[in-house]
Unconditional design. Structure first.
Length: 62
């Protein structure tokens, strides 16, 4: 089985995190966070670093 490209996974991770931060419904937010967690798990399994979730951290600071 081919290992996904880390650059692709990083882009998808960032996209899912941004979508979760913008989601207005909790079910949509949960779905986007689940996708982000899956991409992060794939990166970790391949031995790559997973960047901090700066989008979510910024959206929770008020």
């Amino acid at each position: 089985m081919n290992e996904p490209d880390p650059d692709y996974l990083l882009k998808r991770l960032a996209q899912a995190r941004r979508a979760a931060a913008r989601a207005t419904e909790s079910s949509a937010r949960t779905a986007h966070l689940a996708m982000a967690n899956e991409y992060a798990a794939q990166l970790r399994a391949a031995g790559h670093a997973v960047p901090a979730n700066l989008v979510m951290a910024a959206s929770t600071e008020s």
